[in-house]
Design a protein around this ligand. Structure first.
Ligand SMILES: Nc1ncnc2c1ncn2[C@@H]1O[C@H](COP(=O)(O)OP(=O)(O)OP(=O)(O)O)[C@@H](O)[C@H]1O
Ligand SMILES: [Mg+2]
Length: 199
């Protein structure tokens, strides 16, 4: 894929298929590295399935035999010298604490690093397509101290649980005005951060 944000959309859709009502997307970025975590509270995977899920032939989808979301993210990470880790707790084992977390680690300075791309659109697409799910998006950008100044760290964030308190029950996250506001607030935060996203 040309943009990591599209891989992220794919992985977040797995969470929604797994009946999650909370999806946390966390990006931790330095000058040379990017760590991504997608964590949900869905029904999880069995240890046996989890062990095989890196394999494209491992899927519960019925329309075709290969699942590509996880293998493609794995490839994108590994081709930079990074990798992915997966952990999952099944609902049938622990209904209170079930869910899945996928983390991926990338070396940004590697020739084969895929740029993050339009992550704001990924967040908006999720809200628009699955407005009943809550999302916590956190992108931390840390810059090492340069010759001219101290190290700094900026956080770009959105928590739809806070938005719902203000919107009440009548206005869904997929409302066009809400989506416009989300796009604006994220873009403003990126602009204030100097737009130094994972390019
Ligand atoms: N967050 C998750 N919770 C529960 N099961 C998951 C989760 N993510 C993936 N899985 C399981 O792993 C399988 C493989 O996921 P993957 O994204 O690689 O392919 P897919 O979703 O089956 O197909 P595609 O993403 O290509 O449409 C899924 O079919 C699903 O059974
Ligand atoms: Mg998938």
């Amino acid at each position: 894929m040309k943009e990591l944000s599209l891989n992220i959309l794919d992985i977040a859709q797995n969470s929604i298929t797994a009946e999650a009502d909370l999806v946390e997307i966390t990006l931790d970025e330095t000058d040379t590295t990017l760590k991504l975590s997608i964590k949900d509270n869905g029904y999880g995977m069995s240890p046996e399935f989890l062990a095989s899920v890196h394999d494209p032939f491992s899927t519960t989808r019925t329309t075709r035999k290969v699942g590509l979301g996880i293998p493609l993210l794995k490839l994108a990470a590994e081709q930079t010298g990074g990798g992915i880790t997966l952990s999952s707790v099944q609902r049938s084992v622990d209904p209170e604490n079930c869910g899945t977390e996928i983390t991926a680690f990338f070396h940004k300075d590697h020739l084969d690093f895929t740029p993050l791309g339009d992550i704001v659109s990924t967040v908006c697409t999720l809200l628009q397509g699955f407005p009943d799910v809550d999302y916590v998006f956190t992108h931390t950008i840390s810059r090492a101290a340069g010759e001219d100044g101290a190290a700094e760290s900026t956080v770009i964030s959105l928590d739809t649980r806070d938005m719902r308190v203000i919107l009440g029950d009548d206005v869904p996250l997929s409302d066009p005005m809400v989506l416009l506001w989300v796009r604006d607030t994220l873009e403003e935060q990126y602009a204030a951060a100097g737009a130094h996203t994972a390019q």
